[in-house]
Unconditional design. Structure first.
Length: 329
């Protein structure tokens, strides 16, 4: 088996010129040269053949091998069986055939291992393997990126306040019911870098909100979590999300939201994306109708309704035939 090409010739498989500097083998049947890449022979095997040349090894090109095994391929019954190589014939051996050397021979033996499977290699070796299909190699190189979690800042909870927190933990591991949550908009966010300082600032804001909406004789409100939603941006105050222990606390505070009239802050229930879209559309319509001159408009259940004015103020009525008066409340 020759491994060095003396005269420039063409490869029997790819029809490209084969020079003396190319890695190629000469077929022992048709005496043509073929690149080792076309024969799917690993470069380590070719290097071993160059280091230890021997007459006991023979090489068969791809064309001669296909001619010798074509009768066997016609006997395959199913299409799936065609993917596997047929058994070698007795006359011509498959690809590289190693004859049994003489016992007294001092030539070193060469072990020709089968090509490595893609499952036995690392990801980097898999993408460089010549036996890997192009479609699978492209699929391995273009793996989907890791899922990006929502950017939520979790603040620690302190117990030294009338607002009594109960549970702490990671934001991704806690699932808060929306009816237990309350959204506070318009509150100024602290510019401190420390998480504890920002938490103390938000806790003081929440304490001031409770002082305005709750009475002093009412029991304390238990809070599970206080956190800012979104990514920190200079000059923009993120909404504050408050998670309560039960659903009664946010309902009680929302029923007294009228006490915040005239202030820069306002509270809203925690809504899902569809509800937020409905509320946004209702606000746009409310502003449009207000600019057109309509008055006494309100948003009730994501709809624009006209608020009717009733005479609900106390009046004093005096009887015409009697001297005393009636007070109607």
């Amino acid at each position: 088996m020759d491994t060095i090409c003396d005269v420039s010739s063409l490869c029997s498989n790819c029809d490209l010129p084969v020079s003396d500097s190319d890695k190629a083998l000469k077929c022992d049947i048709c005496a043509t040269w073929e690149h080792i890449e076309c024969s799917h022979i690993h470069s380590s095997i070719y290097a071993a053949l160059l280091a230890h040349p021997s007459d006991n090894l023979s090489f068969t090109c791809t064309r001669c091998k296909s001619i010798s095994t074509s009768p066997l391929r016609k006997k395959q019954k199913s299409k799936k069986s065609k993917r596997y190589a047929p058994a070698p014939s007795s006359d011509l051996q498959d690809s590289l055939v190693r004859n049994v050397p003489d016992v007294n021979s001092v030539e070193p033996s060469v072990t020709l291992n089968a090509p490595m499977r893609s499952s036995d290699c690392t990801d980097e070796q898999n993408t460089q393997s010549p036996w890997l299909s192009t479609k699978r190699r492209h699929r391995m190189k273009t793996r989907p990126p890791a899922h990006d979690h929502e950017v939520v800042e979790s603040l620690p909870v302190s117990s030294a306040s009338a607002i009594q927190p109960t549970v702490s933990g990671n934001r991704e591991t806690l699932k808060f019911p929306r009816d237990h949550c309350l959204m506070l908009f318009g509150s100024k966010e602290s510019g401190e870098e420390g998480a504890q300082a920002r938490y103390n600032h938000d806790l003081n804001l929440l304490q001031g909100l409770v002082d305005k909406l709750a009475d002093a004789d009412e029991p304390g409100i238990r809070v599970r979590r206080i956190l800012r939603l979104g990514k920190r941006v200079a000059g923009i105050h993120r909404p504050l999300k408050i998670v309560f222990e039960n659903a009664d606390a946010p309902k009680h505070l929302l029923s007294r939201a009228w006490r915040l009239k005239g202030m820069d802050i306002y509270i809203r229930p925690d809504m899902d994306p569809s509800q937020r879209a409905q509320l946004k559309a209702a606000v746009v319509e409310l502003r449009r109708r207000t600019l057109e001159g309509e008055n006494d408009l309100r948003i009730v259940n994501f709809r624009i309704v006209k608020w009717r004015a009733f005479i609900n103020r106390p009046v004093t009525l005096t009887a015409r035939s009697q001297s005393h008066s009636l007070a109607c409340v």
